[in-house]
Write a protein that binds this ligand. Sequence first.
Ligand code: HEM
Length: 505
Amino acid sequence: MSHNLSGFVESNWKTTLPLLAIILFSVCIALWRTLYNLLLHPLTKFPGPIAASLSEWWEIYHTIKCDRFNVIQELHEKHGRVVRIGPNQVSISSPEAFHYVFVTKCSSFIKSNFYATIQPGIGPKYAGLFNYTDHKRAVAERRDLQPMFSPASLKQYEARYAGQLEQLVTAMKSAEQVDMFKLFKYLLLDAVGDLSFDRSFDQLKSGEDHQYVIDFNNAFMLIGLQNTFAWLLPFIPYLPFKSLKDAYFGLQRVFAYSQAQVKQYLDQDTSKKRGTLMSGFLDPETGNPKDGYSPWSIALSGHGFIIAGSEASSITLTYMLWLLIKNPEMEKRLRHELATLPQGYSSFNLAKLPYLDAIVRETLRIYPPAPSPMPRVVPQHGFTLEGFEYPPGPYTIHRCSEVFENPEVFNPDRWLGVSPETKERMNKAFIPFSAGQRGCLGRGLAWMHMQMGLVKCLEEFDRFELANGMTDEDMVLIERGALAKPKSTKLWVTCHAKEKPGFHQ
Ligand code: HEM
């Protein structure tokens, strides 16, 4: 009996000892890493939450809680310019440092690996311009895409947008109260979808979400999964989880739709392949994709444009309308300025209106739709914090009180009548589109969409009234995914139509 017992203990020791050794080893590593991050890491000299210095989970936690940029801003208010927000990350609230990193030294401070984790699939096949960490490759592609965003191209897009703006007005008149956030989303998705794939989603007409839009919204779940549980993806069709399956098959439908649209566009006569974002990828002589591009890459870029170029503009339009409703004297002043427009005005005329410009700027300053850090890797040479990630975000920079007095106050006048030096300083710290060689490619297009959209509303409607029950709390900017939007994701409004559209009543 005692022999059996000792044999049992001995054989169990043989199996448990290696296991215990592994556990002990892992505990030691974790302990060492904790001590290193807390006490010995070169970033320990910077203040910040202890949890942030220990692991990336601090940032993930606040991303899930949708308050990341607010918490980072609070840390700056408490601790000053530089705060540690991850074991390997600092945020620096300084427009000068931002300019240095994103503009002056853009080619050295490359996008971090974070960008590869947010593409719609694993591997280089799924990487679009937004995800490239290779600076040279990004700059070369941007050079090819530049003509698609030139003033001449924008003029053609404006003509296509005019029809969509008419549909917006019809939708606004269709009910006593309308959710303007939803209508602006439809407007911009229809418009950018039309430019990307030569076909509007027609959501303003149908009043319903297009299947492509439902699918790509569902598919965002896969992006989260692919980073942590990539091995799980091929098994999703066999798992009993409906939302996972919706995401999986939805993403396949997204690719199928975009490829079918590109194919249809390419199959046309060359003379018809103009006036869209796709035409920039084509050789003007042959109408075929230029060297380095394929129907797949054009479809992927189109999808990227829709994600990058629709919701941010609709969020800004929503805030602009809300801010005008909350500030009737500003609305009056803007209407007064619009009365100087000629009949049949264009975006060219709008670009010359200083108060309209100030309203757009100030809205984007206070409510930047892409407010969060845009992580860049600090190069080995040339900065005092080599090797770490440096991610300041527009929300933080836009609240630098050295540049913007009373930064929390919505004050379009801060952009008007200031000295050229002050204006330059403000412009440097105004970064809703980021800046430099990897700044937003669609800035001009977004500006045209937003200005034309707001002005059309003011041309057709006398007055806007917030619906009962809409509160300021509903419009608090909170982070959702890569963007930030009104907390309630609604703006219910009663729109009072003019008897005769125009600005001269
Ligand atoms: C109000 C509207 C918009 C805002 C606030 C905005 C903001 C931004 C920001 C902050 C970035 C840099 C992101 C980073 O470095 O992590 C960016 C990049 C980009 N945006 Fe926009 N964007 C807007 C509209 C558009 C539109 C209309 C398009 C095109 C249809 C567009 C296309 C792009 C592309 C292609 C990039 C990637 C550029 C690169 O990585 O080189 N955006 N945008």
